[in-house]
Design a protein around this ligand. Structure first.
Ligand code: ADP
Ligand code: ADP
Length: 226
């Protein structure tokens, strides 16, 4: 069983844009996987489909063996998503944002509060727990998105351009955190347009351009070719 299995995935947007032209990808359990490609390649569309935000045109997606068409709820339980854009309630407090998210997964309030404390502490946000999200810096908002994505303790964490626009210091501390949770067993899949980021973190990589996968191999092999 794969953490993520994508077969012949196609997306044609309603304006006719062919964003994905039948891509296939297998991500092993425990992997740290990068989907690398320039702007417009189809990375966000792929992650959008995997995280049920975008409807696919054709193909299949399985998360930890659960098919999105036939077992979407189970698939969603296994997946944590860190989108590119901040999409918090601006007035809700940091702690409440994480607890609210847990509620969407049917987690009891008592457990949700414990988890919120655990993940806010892990991400260095515990001191900000009573702050409304609009008052946070950009870096804090990104860390809050990660805490929120982990609250239901998913097997697979997907991050869309997690360090875009983040300064080098925060980027390094986010990398270290992602490596730590990967070592604890979470499969991590991220999109990036920085080869440097993929190189620093990832064991396996796929390169996407114009809606097609060009390369899909261990990071080491790709670097050997360059
Ligand atoms: P779907 O095919 O998944 O229903 P739509 O084609 O209806 O998606 O578009 C969803 C939203 O994205 C619309 O609000 C649309 O205006 C917006 N959108 C359109 N073109 C682009 C683009 N090139 N990049 C990002 N968003 C876009
Ligand atoms: P990336 O994340 O690699 O930058 P995207 O998946 O956002 O690429 O975009 C892939 C292609 O689909 C691009 O040509 C983009 O303009 C187009 N696109 C993305 N979202 C929409 C949308 N909602 N409606 C129409 N076209 C879109």
């Amino acid at each position: 069983m794969y953490a993520l299995q994508i077969k012949d995935l196609e997306k044609i947007y309603s304006n006719g844009t062919k964003a994905l032209k039948g891509i296939s990808l297998n991500v092993q359990k425990g992997d740290f996987f990068a989907l690398l490609g320039p702007n417009g390649a189809g990375k966000s569309t792929t992650l959008g489909i995997v995280s049920s935000l975008v409807n696919k045109t054709a193909g299949t997606v399985q998360i930890m063996g659960h098919d999105l068409d036939t077992a979407r709820t189970q698939a969603k339980m296994k997946l944590g998503v860190v989108p590119q854009e901040f999409n918090f309630n601006q007035f809700e407090k940091v702690f409440d944002i994480v607890v609210t998210q847990a509620g969407y997964y049917g987690i009891s309030t008592a457990v949700a509060k414990e988890r919120a404390e655990k993940y806010l502490k892990k991400l260095g946000l515990w001191e900000k727990r009573s702050t409304p999200s609009r008052m946070l810096s950009g870096g804090m908002k990104r860390r809050l998105m990660i805490a929120r994505a982990l609250v239901h303790e998913p097997d697979v964490l997907i991050l869309d351009e997690p360090t875009a626009g983040v300064d080098i210091e925060l980027r390094r501390s986010m990398w270290a955190f992602l490596q730590e949770i990967n070592e604890q067993g979470i499969t991590i899949i991220l999109t990036t347009h920085y080869l440097e980021e993929a190189e620093a973190l990832c064991r396996n990589i796929a390169i996407i351009d114009h809606g097609s996968i060009l390369v899909d191999c261990p990071m080491r092999e790709l670097l050997g070719q360059m």
